[in-house]
Design a protein around this ligand. Structure first.
Ligand code: F6R
Length: 365
């Protein structure tokens, strides 16, 4: 079943161009250059004053990326929390508002509980799920599938990139409905989305480089991930992926938070992985990289050639990513982030498909 891969995780990372392409084909009308949701949703994005998102772990980070997309493209305020907090915090939720839950398995106990809570408050519920027969898919007022196929590796990879793909399509649909996204802007985004599977394949070509880098990361006790904008949740996801399969302590931070504390950790022994596509706030991230470099920190830049040249910094390594529309960057940048964790853990001899203490589906609290 693993084909010519050593692990399910490796196989699933490599499947991404295909499964993201399949997911896109389900949500995009290629001939019209617009998003076309496969079924009508039982609510109107125009009627919403706010969107609440809950999920756990990697699915939560997909939701955090989506917050940026919904707010930017649809001007829809988003509140997001991990499901284990949302369910007990009992937040006030407007009748006829919308709660969005995200789950690969569709069985995560806390996510299910937060979905039930939202329903009890009279909210519409929309689930982005990978297992269409799951409890969450059945109980939500509408379920939209990620077409990642079965995910066996405990660390979520292809489900995550498919979640991002569906969430961006939903944000575009919301933007159109709310009149905040012109037909032309939508066509531009769809054009960018269509290039994503190919760009992910390009990113997979960097695997050899990442493998070399992983040998260095394997020596570290702590690793810091930094990013701004949608690269911030990607930093959180990168840190989660590394710690769960390599057991190296890693933390993700909003780059701008560096000087508010974590900069105290920086010295030569701490690799700092900076996720920074060349976007509108790239320059701000460069100044954070300079702060790291000035303290002897070793920077690993995941960015494009333009950014690397503009930064003009001595990095320990650069994983050079293809040029792309920054809106779709999280989907493509998921690849090097996953490869870094995967190769570090494999190099360290860890069981990447079955990390200690973790279960694929968390059906108890
Ligand atoms: C991390 C990981 C977990 C899951 C989380 C939610 O790699 O796999 O953090 O993302 O347990 O699971 P689902 O998506 O099934 O609700």
């Amino acid at each position: 079943e693993k084909g010519n891969h050593r692990h399910f995780m490796g196989k699933e990372i490599h499947e991404q161009p295909e499964v993201v392409g399949r997911t896109l084909a389900h949500y995009v009308d290629l001939s019209q250059g617009r998003v076309a949701l496969p079924e009508a949703l039982p609510f109107d994005f125009r009627d919403l004053s706010r969107l609440s998102i809950t999920a756990c772990g990697t699915a939560y980070y997909a939701g955090l990326v989506a917050k940026y997309w919904f707010e930017k493209l649809a001007r829809l305020p988003v509140e997001i929390d991990v499901a284990s907090e949302a369910r007990y915090r009992e937040p006030p939720l407007e009748r006829d508002g919308l709660t969005l839950v995200i789950s690969q398995s569709g069985e995560t106990a806390d996510t299910l509980a937060s979905l039930r809570y939202a329903k009890a408050q009279g909210q519409h519920t929309l689930a982005v799920v990978n297992v269409p027969t799951s409890t969450i898919a059945r109980e939500a007022s509408a379920a939209v599938p990620t077409l990642a196929g079965p995910e066996i590796g405990v660390a979520s990879t292809k489900a995550f990139s498919c979640q991002l793909t569906v969430l961006l399509c939903l944000a575009i649909a919301a933007g159109r409905a709310r009149g905040t996204l012109s037909a032309e802007a939508e066509r531009g985004l769809v054009d960018a989305l269509i290039t994503v599977p190919g760009l992910m394949a390009d990113a997979l070509q960097r695997e050899g480089e990442v493998e070399g880098l992983a040998r260095e990361i394997a020596k570290a006790r702590d690793v810091l991930y930094l990013g701004r904008g949608t690269a911030y949740p990607m930093a959180l996801e990168g840190a989660l992926k590394l710690k769960e399969i390599s057991y190296i302590h890693a933390e993700g931070y909003a780059a701008g938070e560096l000087k508010h504390g974590p900069i105290a950790l920086i010295d030569e022994s701490v690799p700092v992985i900076v996720i920074a596509p060349h976007d509108a706030i790239f320059e701000k991230t460069v100044s954070n990289m300079q702060e790291v470099a000035a303290r002897g920190g070793r920077i690993i830049l995941i960015g494009d050639a333009k950014g690397a040249a503009a930064a003009g910094l001595d990095t320990m390594a650069t994983v050079t990513m293809p040029d792309l529309d920054p809106v779709v960057a999280p989907i493509v940048y998921a690849v090097p982030i996953q490869l870094i964790a995967y190769h570090t853990a494999v190099f360290m001899g860890k069981d990447v498909d079955q990390p200690r203490n973790l279960a694929k589906s968390v059906t108890v609290e």
